[in-house]
Design a protein around this ligand. Structure first.
Ligand code: LLP
Length: 415
């Protein structure tokens, strides 16, 4: 691909139409990831449910829908986005440790395929809501397999100490007590051990534990309809350092673990499908010579892309200069008023000047989705690119939109 282009679109030209910063996502790259994953799983009965939290833009979800991908949702907002993007409710799974009564009721009315339940309390809640609606809900129990995913502590979810899922012992009781929940058809297992996982071993451990439990349940006469292996497949943020697991190796591990399983395997990839397809396009506001370092002050900040501030995450930063320039180290920062607003420290980059265009790579997952209005900065525009064309899938937020739900005190109420 020619330098400075993404999915056939010249980012310099795009930046003349759209003010920076903005997010751009390559449809072709997303399509390719979906195709690679589907090909790796081809002889298995699977359902790929995109983890909406990674990139909830309805344009992206609509692209997923067109590729036959369903959704893994964790809130009413995500449910509504998925439906708006025309993802069939029959392809939606509802995960999350704190589903509210209202969310369960709405998801049940919408006809979502399966609830991934994370506590006995939630099981009882689902029973109550389903009973009121006069329906039988389909559900899976989220197992906490007590596996160390060997990833960043803040995105590790499968250890016994984490808030997610229940132990296999507890799950065994749920199946034993099924008669107590006549409006819940518990016929699935679920696990998700963490995110940005780069080694196969933790996945294999979790899959083996689930498989042993599935076999035990089967022997006890419980027929399972689905096993949901969650998401977590890591991607390459740092070329030469991160070595992601090949989709085929991951699929083989699933195949080995669930040999003989007659139900459906569900996957909930988020990052794997979109992270590397997205970039944050930004400009250098100024080059500031500090007392000890040289700072590149960008027009993008930690509120736009939180990952470096939150997880010390590495994102490649690529200046889009056409001519070669000498390398030099920069601290790459945003305009927000805290030191954590740093994208990179001491990063070797071709010399930059005010007005230069840069891209921050690997920004398609957990980028826009985690952004905020901190420092009263508006949410950014998002653009979908596709083989030389672009479509704006989110306009940049205006000031009026940013404060639309705020008001001066109209009346004071006694409480
Ligand atoms: N399924 C469940 C139940 C999840 O909680 C998650 C992510 C996924 C699937 C998708 O995981 P993925 O395939 O994207 O790894 N904000 C963090 C990542 C948080 C992931 C939360 N759960 C980051 O920027 O690294």
């Amino acid at each position: 691909m020619p330098f400075g282009t993404l999915d056939g679109v010249d980012l310099h030209a795009l930046a003349t139409h759209l003010p920076t910063p903005f997010y751009a996502y390559s449809s072709s790259a997303i399509r390719e990831r979906v195709t690679v994953l589907q090909a790796a799983l081809k002889d298995l009965d699977t359902r790929v449910c995109f983890a909406v939290k990674a990139n909830p833009n309805i344009g992206v979800l609509h692209l997923m829908a067109g590729l036959g991908v369903g959704a893994d949702i964790v809130s009413l907002g995500e449910l509504r986005r998925a439906l708006r993007a025309r993802i069939s409710p029959a392809r939606i799974v509802f995960s999350g440790v704190g589903k509210s009564d209202e969310e369960i009721a709405a998801a049940l009315s919408a006809g979502v395929w399966k609830f991934n339940l994370e506590s006995a309390d939630e099981l009882a809640l689902l029973q109550g809501v389903a009973h009121r609606q006069g329906v039988v809900a389909r559900a899976a129990v989220r197992i906490n397999p007590d596996v160390d995913a060997r990833t960043h502590a803040k995105i590790s979810t499968g250890k016994a100490e984490n808030k997610f899922g229940v132990s296999i012992e507890e799950a065994r009781d749920w199946f034993g007590d099924a008669a107590k929940y006549p409006n819940v058809h518990l016929d699935g297992l679920h696990a998700h051990i963490g995110s940005q996982i780069l080694e196969l071993a933790p996945f294999e451990q979790a899959l083996q534990r689930m498989a042993a439990f599935w076999r035990e349940l089967e022997q006890a006469g419980h027929q399972l309809d689905s096993i949901d292996v969650g998401g977590g497949l890591g991607v390459c943020y740092r070329p030469g350092e991160d070595a992601p697991i090949a989709a085929t190796d991951y699929a083989d591990a699933i195949r080995r673990a669930f040999d003989g399983f007659r139900g459906r395997i569900v996957l909930e990839p988020g990052r794997y499908l979109v992270a590397e397809a997205g970039v944050l396009v930004t400009r250098v506001l100024r080059v500031k010579r500090g007392q000890e370092r040289e700072f590149l002050v960008l027009d993008a900040a930690m509120n736009d892309l939180q990952r470096p501030a939150l997880y010390d995450a590495w994102h490649d930063i690529v200046p889009l200069h056409s001519e070669p320039r000498p390398l030099q180290p920069y601290d790459v920062v945003g305009p927000v008023c805290e030191t954590g607003d740093t994208f990179a420290r001491g990063r070797q980059l071709p010399r930059c000047e005010a007005g230069d265009l840069l891209l921050i790579a690997g920004a398609g997952a957990y980028g826009a989705s985690m952004s905020s209005n901190y420092n009263s900065r508006p949410l950014l525009a998002e653009v979908l690119l596709d083989q030389g064309r672009y479509a704006i899938v989110r306009r940049r937020q205006s000031f009026e939109q940013m404060i639309a739900t705020e008001q001066l005190p109209q009346a004071w109420h006694a409480a």
